[in-house]
Ligand binder design. Structure first.
Ligand code: ADP
Ligand code: MG
Length: 250
């Protein structure tokens, strides 16, 4: 479903992703962990090409995203093609990024109506179904300001799902939440995973990783240093840097 092949990412001279490769299969839940600043968000943002890469390649379902080869040279793909591929990759951010001036329902309808040019009446049933799924059917006409953080994040998940993506990327979806609101968001994510959604999740929720991840990937200083089943990573990590990180968060 996702192939990240030897990518390099620089911010100016700062080399933040160093030859990173990662494959995510259909239906797999991959959790990325690692210290702050290790490049987790950057890697996730590269996966739907919110960030340009300087070398390597990324494919979604076998189709390149971002850089393509043309006459033996690597060039940026046309925006329309990028938007098309991107629409198959849903993303949920730490800070929800809801449109404050739109109701919950309109937040969910926005992308299908503008990006996919679907008629409102055609996408409304799906939007309402998704609100039921995230437990917010009765909040359709409220505005984000009137919701709790946990509710906002569940709307953000419904909004991403409205594009009917093939993959969902989550960047610390519960890090901005009060502790008592974390569970309701993780529950929605667990349900999605159980339904077979392909997911890549950056999180510090080790309980979620243990319970839901098929595979845990550890990043440190711009590299993937270790990966494996959660049982192995959490009980018998091979890398000293993984042990050091886990000893701080577990
Ligand atoms: P993580 O998500 O693991 O905390 P990030 O991917 O956010 O790490 O950041 C990786 C490195 O890239 C950090 O050193 C960070 O300071 C740097 N970085 C992130 N975003 C930018 C940016 N927009 N411009 C310059 N440097 C950045
Ligand atoms: Mg981050």
């Amino acid at each position: 479903m996702i192939q990240v092949k030897h990518i390099h990412k620089f911010y100016g001279k700062h080399h933040v992703l160093k030859d990173v490769s990662l494959q995510v299969s259909k239906g797999e839940v991959v959790v990325i962990i690692g210290p702050s600043g290790s490049g987790k968000s950057t890697l996730l943002r590269c996966m739907n090409y919110l960030e340009q890469i300087q070398d390597g390649a990324i494919e979604i379902e076998g189709k390149p995203i971002g850089l393509i080869e043309r006459n033996g040279e690597k060039v940026e793909m046309p925006q329309k093609q990028l938007d098309q591929i991107r629409s198959e990759v849903g993303m949920v951010f730490q800070n929800f990024n809801l449109f404050p001036h739109l109701s919950v329902l309109d937040n969910i309808l926005m992308a299908p109506m503008t990006v996919k040019r679907t008629k409102r009446s055609d996408v409304e049933p799906l939007a309402k179904e998704l609100l039921v799924k995230v437990g917010l059917a009765e909040k359709a006409h409220m505005y984000p300001d009137h919701l709790s953080g946990g509710q906002k994040q569940r709307v953000a998940i419904a909004r991403a799902l409205a594009m009917q993506p093939k993959v969902m990327l989550f960047d610390e979806p519960t890090s901005a939440l009060d502790p008592e609101l974390v569970g309701e968001v993780l529950a929605v994510m667990k349900q999605l995973a159980a339904e077979g959604m392909t997911m890549v999740v950056v999180t510090h929720e080790m309980g979620f990783a243990k319970e839901v991840a098929d595979r845990v990937v550890v990043m440190d200083a711009g590299s993937l240093i270790e990966e494996g089943a959660p049982a192995k990573i959490f009980t018998a990590p091979e890398q000293q840097r993984t042990q050091a990180f886990l000893s701080k968060v577990l």
